[in-house]
Write a protein of this length. Structure first.
Length: 190
């Protein structure tokens, strides 16, 4: 468990930050960038929840996702396995749960006939924003995993990939089950 008695430590004043194993890294390091970007996803999901708090079909899974994102961030804040070889991360079970949630929400949606433009309800717009930030986090995680001496757990990569799919489907669901999706009209303004 994390205990934070002091919020400022002054240790980052030199442009570095500490990983979970107390290793110091530059604040622009890819590992820091990866979990910082997931923190952005989590913040946008928090904004979404302000708009869907009365809809348990969206709010309950989003609450769970916010917690799961901290599990992914905990995984990323360790460059190596923790004490005793243990590492906190999401699991394939959490990935499977996310796939089930995608299928549950998608079951009520009409098939897509065009690409979707972010918009419609406020919740849908924020879900599409969360999706784009999530895709950025995924790109950073893949780049990090490709660096010599670095690793990212496979379940974390899968979870973030599925999460962007969930956020897309949830965005459609938040648009009155897709009825008020804003569709791209190719060449409309030529």
């Amino acid at each position: 468990m994390v205990v934070l008695n002091r919020i400022y430590t002054r240790t980052g004043d030199d442009g570095t930050t500490s990983l979970g194993d107390n290793q110091r890294r530059k604040k622009y390091d890819l590992r820091i960038e990866a979990y910082g970007t997931l923190d952005e996803v989590n913040a946008v999901v928090g904004l979404v929840r302000l708009h869907v708090s009365s809809d348990p079909a969206l709010d309950a899974p989003l609450a769970r996702i916010q917690n799961d994102l901290f599990d992914v961030e905990a995984d990323l804040c360790l460059a190596e396995k923790g004490p005793g070889g243990a590492r906190l991360t999401v699991t394939d079970t959490q990935v499977a749960w996310l796939e089930g949630e995608i299928d549950r929400l998608n079951a009520d949606l009409a098939p897509l006939r065009s690409f979707i433009l972010p918009g419609g309800t406020a919740a849908a717009a924020y879900l599409h924003l969360a999706r784009t930030v999530c895709r950025r986090a995924e790109r950073i995680m893949v780049e990090l995993a490709d660096q010599p001496g670095e690793s990212v757990s496979a379940p974390s990569l899968k979870y973030v990939n599925r999460l962007s799919d969930f956020l897309f489907v949830a965005g459609r669901y938040a648009n009155h089950q897709g009825a008020t999706d804003v569709l791209w009209v190719p060449g409309q303004n030529r």
